[in-house]
Design a protein around this ligand. Sequence first.
Ligand SMILES: [Zn+2]
Ligand SMILES: [Zn+2]
Length: 130
Amino acid sequence: MQIKSLTKNKRSRDSERLLVLLEMLQNRHDHPDAQTCLHDMQKLVPGIGQSTVYRHLDKLVQNGLVNEIRIDDGPAKFDADVDVHAHFVCTKCDNLLDISPINVVADFPGTVESATYIAKGTCNNCLTNN
Ligand SMILES: [Zn+2]
Ligand SMILES: [Zn+2]
């Protein structure tokens, strides 16, 4: 796993925090934006600053451990599930949900390393509340 090479040589407070951030992201599927990551990290690591969290998010994305999802002009959302899967975004509440992988790349005669599918519509929550 790439995380080893990311944190080896320096078992520092900085790399501890990187691991806490990665774990926090791996334990959820709600695709938080950077602001939410910061908020939740401050609960786990009191006193951690915005620049540290943003820098670590960037590092995780650069190293392929976390995907950054951008929808229209909204803030980037983060997803630690890096297996190919599709997303659904609710146009009413901005909820970003995982949906079953689409196999459109299965027949492609090459290697697909990443793919982005975003479906838009109204989530069940919004449908039942109206
Ligand atoms: Zn919704
Ligand atoms: Zn996802």
